[in-house]
Write a protein that binds this ligand. Sequence first.
Ligand code: UD1
Length: 416
Amino acid sequence: MQKLIIQGGVPLHGEISISGAKNAALPLLCAALLTGESLKINNVPALHDITTMLSLLKQMGTDISGSNNEVVLSAATLSQLIAPYEMVKTMRAAILVLGPLLARAGEAEISLPGGCAIGMRPVDLHIKGLQAMGAEIHIRHGYIHAVAKKLHGARIVFDIVTVTGTENLMMAATLAEGTTILENAAREPEIIDLANCLKAMGAKIQGAGTDIITIEGVPSLHGAEHTVMPDRIETGTFLVAATATGGEIHLKNTDAHLLDAVLDKLTEAGARIDSNGNWINLKMNTKPKSVNVRTAPYPAFPTDMQAQFMSLNCIADGTAIITETIFENRLMHVQELKRMNASIEVEGNAAIVTGIAHLDGANVMATDLRASASLVIAGLIAQGETVIDRIYHLDRGYENIEGKLSALGAQIRRTQ
Ligand code: UD1
């Protein structure tokens, strides 16, 4: 199994380009199932999750061509309406094919995702919403069997804010008969990106980015071209790494407006941040101050940045409380950071982090995608060598991370 080896203590300096957003690209690829014409998606990041999604769509009969970060998908005929367990278990976002398949082909069979490392993460709200739109859904042998001759519009109020739930129902509603209103919808920027692509395909959507989204169904959608928005979590991860190591970095092809809550916290920690248009510059020339963090749906602080701020707080001045309110088991990086000498106490869904002078390099294990990013940051600030095992988690969500960190001066390499 591949490992990352990091020699810590080098402040990050330099300029890199941010990739397209994983969490925007995944639903955008699924949108191709909604039309028989070609959908061209640009700025697609080269990630394991994207490869998994493309093989799933191919298996369903989608013709896929293109090169590098530009993908052309053509789902003229759908031959197999199944998302098998083997694929859904490695990537929960596979549930995003459910809404489009049902709306276009009237049928879908998707494996239940089950629990994953960071918590139970049920899909009951996806199912309830589609039932409200007229789908007949049964769970048999671990699979969701869904049938609907024609979905119809409905008013759906989400009990909990769900990102992929909102995306799934928004896609399904584009081809439903009548108007669908999604209330307590997720407001993440990735929802706006998806809505913009769907609109370019002929969908009628209003209110994406607010908590009420209205979709007026149309008989069919057509082909389009769309460019994936920048990855705000990749952006945030590099900014935390530069803050923690006391460096200065310039990030291109990104957008500061996507991560206000994160930039506020970095400023509170002592970083100086400038941004304009599509770049962000961060300079850190003091020891970081501890910052409390409480995760919540957008526009509040993202759960996908919680682990990275834990590493920053490990070597900051003072004590911070990090509270995770979205997922019930998303503090697994604490045990690994403690192996590096971090001072962290967990109480329920909160971690109390007391800053110490430095972390010690150690052998640690990545447990999920963002936890692995926190270990990379910890390795960059630790004294000595850190070896991170199970980095396939990291490859699910960070394009060429060691290449980008090396370009910023980090001492990092990958071994078999
Ligand atoms: C998405 C992101 C993920 C991010 C998360 C929260 C993608 C591909 N992934 O995941 O990176 O960490 O948003 O910002 O975009 N829930 C239910 N029932 C449901 C659906 C969700 O109870 O039917 C609960 C979940 O268990 C969780 C909360 O709602 O506690 C939010 O989850 P959700 O927003 O759905 O996360 P994902 O869309 O899976």
